[in-house]
Design a protein around this ligand. Sequence first.
Ligand code: PGA
Length: 253
Amino acid sequence: MQARKPLIAGNWKMFKTQQEAVETAKRLVALAGKVTECDIMIAPPFTALSRVHEIIGPSAIGLGAQNFFWEPEGPFTGEISAAMLVSTGCRYVIIGHSERRQLFGETDQTVNQKLAAAFKNGLIPVFCIGESETERDAGNTFSVLDKQLKMGLKKLPLKTYSSLVIAYEPIWAIGTGKTATTDQAQQVHHFLRSLLADNWGNSLANSTRILYGGSVKSTNIKELMGMPDIDGALVGGASLDADDFNAIIHFFK
Ligand code: PGA
């Protein structure tokens, strides 16, 4: 059933100067640059994208960005466009991470505009959704995710799209050391895949990779990957050190 190639994605967040990013990328290429069993993506900060691309260029590691603005160009001081990301060598972009939603005012509408712009520019979006602890405790996990998914993907030309990546990241599990149990994660992933099938058809549901994110490490990757609807991981803290990140990738080798 799992014909989807797993993706292990590293989100470096606001860590690493250019030099530090280069060092980590070099080490990662040495450790995992030839892996074919899973796709690998790293998302350094904007300032390191070009340098990291020079290093990972021909290897198995793909470059991603952590954010961008949906307009093609214009007077938007401090913003970066999709075409600018593509020009640095990016193939992926993380969209709607909970830190952006919580700290920088991103909404389902802005996430939808970013997804549309990513599609238009040929970037593979890693579209993040997830419930807070309060929402889970109130029994609203599924309604929250239903809304985030449907509003995020609203009016997008998805029928024949095969490169969508969704990352389910329960907010209470990010950077906290708490992980959802594998059963909790599988239940949500299955729910999301059913939503995709019901709204956009089986082809999209079967080709979309749904990653789990939130305190993923080498010690829990095996259990997570044992679940039929978990297609990889979006890794924060454990992606900052090349050896730690490679230990997660190692599960697939
Ligand atoms: P974490 O972060 O692995 O440090 O929990 C995950 C994320 O925010 O994508």
